[in-house]
Ligand binder design. Structure first.
Ligand SMILES: Nc1nc2c(c(=O)[nH]1)N[C@H]1C(S)=C(S)[C@@H](COP(=O)(O)OP(=O)(O)OC[C@H]3O[C@@H](n4cnc5c(=O)[nH]c(N)nc54)[C@H](O)[C@@H]3O)O[C@H]1N2
Ligand SMILES: Nc1nc2c(c(=O)[nH]1)N[C@H]1C(S)=C(S)[C@@H](COP(=O)(O)OP(=O)(O)OC[C@H]3O[C@@H](n4cnc5c(=O)[nH]c(N)nc54)[C@H](O)[C@@H]3O)O[C@H]1N2
Ligand SMILES: [Mo]
Length: 774
């Protein structure tokens, strides 16, 4: 295929025929077709397993088959017939594997045996579980302080695994919990907690069915939460208003079609009239929403003057909130010109959005990474909440905020105590329940963990899932930090680059996944997860594991804990014989989990409850707080920390349709019309020509950050795309070398992956894989 053939704009609707064809191809390509079709029918069903894809939840009563194209990919990817065993590692040295692409590595199949790195031969060799546990214990015990070890978690870990993990790590003596959510929804948690006293979404599935308007900001559900298309389509059908803020025209948000409705698929989806699509500048949402608030304020003043219909919910504001005056002063003080400049939107569009907002009695605002991966993400999210408070859209049916979570159990992991800044009540509860002391100091997040390893202050890195070396920013720097460790340990299902970018000693520990039958001493076990609506339910794997040597995550953690802690008040092996024993411990320590085991018998699980639903505000003022943040002074300066250079464009890094974070299922991005390639950069044709390039040409991208390091990726094909001027977009993780480690959100440490100031340069060499950066 020529470069030109590889880019063909997609005409269909999201979740239509293209999705069906893709699912079928995926099934047939998995080498396990028939078994997996049976498994798919059990996805998100009572008695079946929770989809290992995204954290979207379901209406508890809906009896439909609940999976989507990308859920099918996730299941098939895990349930592959291929495997990576000792013979594979005998064949390939680590250096040889480092030459392979990320796609190739994971494609090799499931990890089946515990393996230890042998530096003398540069190969992994088989080891026993006992030896592996003993090696970890030896390393951990010889550290000068427990704070010299890092314990990473990726959001697929079950509640049971996460709870045991944090319990072990705290018993060992540190709060170093770098976590994928540091790179994800951290800003939602920080911003919401301060404003309304909870760090999670305030709505449940049924609220989406009641809303008069749903705003979807900085999120691409057609790819990343496909099951969300169903309630969006329902909303459009019943005449509710759907409003999108996204600089890219994402297909799943333009046309609304039922993912599993054949008749509708024939019509190829209509573009309904009760939807609106606004295209802000990157990082411009706070200004846009401030502008909407400014319109609401003007209309409220008018109604006060004329005695007309109130615009604000005055009773709600009086009884439930604090800080209105100061907030309104901040709104008044924000100049219209600054709003226009930062939002990248015409004031007439902001006014139109404000009218749709004000017309709706019940509004839900959803968001994802387009809001959370910026310097000013916390004030942006607080501005979303401010807007909602003006009209009392909080703590009532059909209204609220929904930060749509990423990984299928990332929310549950936090609930279970994976938190580098642990709340006091959690530590107290652990000490009350168990006879040991836990550390009280704050631990490391993802960015500070990388810095500690880089400086040699941390020497052991242990990962419960994920792909730390590729998901994190500043790849060459992060890789050097990992290589600086004495020991790196990965509990994983599939081979990835984090098994190759390693410390002096390294272990691969093969873990069971969501689809696998998890057999322990008392029989097959279920694990639990919490979805984005705070529903907790149980999941039972359906497929026989590829090898008898794989262990479940709880069993691996118990093995490490027992070897490291020796004689201890917790009998680690006993609790994993029957996971209801772990759940009893959870019930004793974590609020909301009383009678945990019994409540799981309820089909669909149970809701954890949300104080906001009862208009209880666990904030410093005991009210919902208006937060009077100022707009950032200058978006671009913050991004490059210097006035010396002006960027050509601002780059956002995002997901294609064929990937799950660093896992690449394929090289296509169907809805954006890209086939068979990932090293592409989308830009506006006028920008491409203004900068002296042609569409189809290859370029290097260099990011601007004033610390004397060059950050460059090479050989990216320029695609002329429908994207606002001044912006570019390219896929993660290939562009992670461009994200400076020190460019992170205020108060969140979340890398600013959606706002990178870049320059283009003529391609220096043909394409480079992130991998070869050693
Ligand atoms: N199939 C699949 N599903 C997934 C994942 C996956 O990789 N594949 N990942 C999971 C995870 S961990 C997560 S966190 C979620 C991620 O879900 P998303 O947040 O949808 O993921 P991204 O691809 O990062 O998309 C960001 C979207 O925000 C827009 N955007 C970027 N910057 C801005 C901005 O400044 N303002 C506005 N208004 N919009 C902006 C982009 O154009 C894009 O549409 O998905 C989860 N589900
Ligand atoms: N530039 C840029 N960087 C980003 C982002 C971005 O938008 N742009 N997004 C960020 C976000 S939102 C997130 S959440 C992070 C994701 O960061 P991570 O969660 O660390 O990365 P994943 O790619 O999801 O991890 C994939 C690996 O997890 C392992 N795995 C899969 N399933 C299981 C399981 O059930 N058990 C175990 N033990 N292992 C399993 C497999 O070995 C697989 O290779 O990346 C962040 N990085
Ligand atoms: Mo995420």
């Amino acid at each position: 295929m020529s470069q030109v053939d590889r880019y063909k704009p997609y005409k269909g609707a999201a979740a239509g025929w293209g999705a069906l064809i893709a699912v079928t191809k995926n099934w047939l390509g998995s080498e396990n077709a028939f078994k997996n079709i049976r498994a798919m029918l059990k996805t998100n069903q009572n008695g079946g397993f929770d989809c290992p894809g995204c954290a979207w939840g379901e209406s508890p009563e809906s009896g439909m088959v609940k999976f989507c194209e990308n859920g099918a990919k996730a299941v098939n990817w895990e349930a592959t017939g291929r495997h990576v065993d000792p013979a594979f590692f005998a064949k390939y040295s680590v250096s040889a594997l480092l030459e392979q692409s990320d796609y190739w590595l994971e494609y090799q199949g499931r990890l089946t045996h515990p393996m230890r790195y042998d530096a003398a031969t540069d190969h992994y060799v088989e080891t026993s579980w006992e030896e592996a546990f003993a090696l970890i214990a030896r390393h951990l015990k010889q550290l000068g302080s427990p704070d010299q070890a890092e314990f990473y978690t990726s959001g697929r870990a079950s509640n049971e695994a996460a709870f045991l993990y944090q319990l072990f790590v705290r018993a060992y003596g540190t709060n170093n919990f770098p976590d994928c959510s540091n790179m994800c929804h951290e800003a939602s948690a920080v911003g919401m907690f301060e404003s309304i006293g909870v760090g999670k979404g305030t709505v449940v599935f049924h609220d989406l069915e009641k809303a008069d308007a749903i705003f979807v900001i900085g999120q691409n559900p057609g790819t990343n939460h496909p099951r969300m298309l169903e309630p969006l389509r329902e909303a459009v059908k019943r005449g509710a208003q759907v409003v999108v803020f996204n600089p890219l025209k994402e297909r799943g948000l333009e046309r609304f079609q039922h993912p599993q409705h054949p008749l509708e698929m024939l019509s190829n989806g209509s573009e309904p009239t009760n939807t609106a699509y606004f295209r802000p500048a990157l990082g411009g949402d706070m200004a846009a929403i401030r502008g909407m608030a400014k319109f609401l304020l003007a209309w409220e003043m008018e109604s006060l003057a004329t005695g007309g219909e109130p615009v604000f919910d005055r009773a709600f504001i009086r009884d439930q909130t604090s800080g209105l005056d100061e907030y309104l002063r901040a709104v008044e003080a924000t100049p219209w010109a600054l709003i226009e400049e930062q939002s990248g939107m015409a004031l007439s569009d902001i006014e139109r959005a404000a009218r749709m907002y004000a017309k709706a009695k019940r509004v839900i605002i959803c968001w994802a990474m387009g809001l959370t991966q910026h310097t000013h993400s916390v004030p942006t999210i607080q501005e979303v909440i401010n807007l909602q408070l003006l009209r009392g859209n909080m703590g009532r049916e059909g209204a609220g905020v929904s930060p749509v979570r990423g990984h299928s159990n990332v929310q549950g992991d936090r609930t279970m105590g994976i938190n580098e800044i642990p709340p006091k009540w959690l530590l107290d509860a652990i000490e009350t329940r168990f006879a040991f002391k836990v550390p009280r100091e704050e631990g490391h997040n993802t960015v500070t963990a990388i810095k500690a390893m880089e400086a040699g202050r941390s020497k052991v890195f242990i990962a419960l899932g994920g792909n730390f070396s590729q998901a994190t920013p500043d790849s060459p720097r992060t890789h050097a930090a990992l290589r600086n460790c004495d020991l790196t340990v990965q509990m994983s299902t599939k081979l990835n680059r984090s098994h190759l970018v390693i410390g002096k000693d390294a272990l691969i520990l093969p873990a069971l996944g969501r689809t696998d039958i998890d057999l322990q001493a008392t029989g097959p076990q279920g694990i639990t997860v919490e979805d984005t609506f705070s529903m907790v339910h149980i999941s039972h794997g359906q497929l026989r594991p590829k090898s008898g040597l794989m262990k479940s995550e709880p069993a691996i953690i118990a093995g490490i804990a027992a070897a490291t802690l020796g004689e201890h008040p917790i009998d680690w092996h006993w609790v994993v014989e029957d996971y209801s024993r772990i759940r009893n411990l959870i019930a004793d320590v974590i609020p909301g989990f009383k009678n945990f085991n019994q409540r799981l018998l309820n089909p669909g699980g149970f809701h954890l409850g949300n104080p906001v639903a009862d208009r209880q505000w666990h904030t410093t003022t005991q009210k919902a707080r208006f937060m009077p943040n100022a707009l950032p002074e200058h978006l671009v300066n913050a991004a490059i920390r210097s006035l010396k250079d002006t960027p050509d464009l601002i780059l956002q890094t995002l997901r294609s349709h064929d990937q799950y974070n660093t896992t690449l299922y394929g090289l296509d991005d169907r809805y954006r019309g890209v086939y068979g390639m990932r090293e592409v950069v989308f830009a506006n044709e006028e920008d491409i020509r203004r900068l002296g390039f042609e569409p189809g040409e290859k370029v290097d991208m260099i990011s601007l950050w004033d610390d004397g390091r060059e950050r460059r990726v090479s050989g990216f094909t320029l695609i002329a795309y429908d994207i606002p001027k001044g912006q570019a977009a390219a896929y993660y993780p290939e562009t992670n070398p461009l994200v400076p480690l020190d460019s992170y959100g205020d108060r969140t440490f979340t890398p600013t992956s959606k706002f990178i100031a870049i320059k283009f340069a003529k391609a220096a060499q043909s394409s480079v894989i992130v991998s070869s950066v050693a």
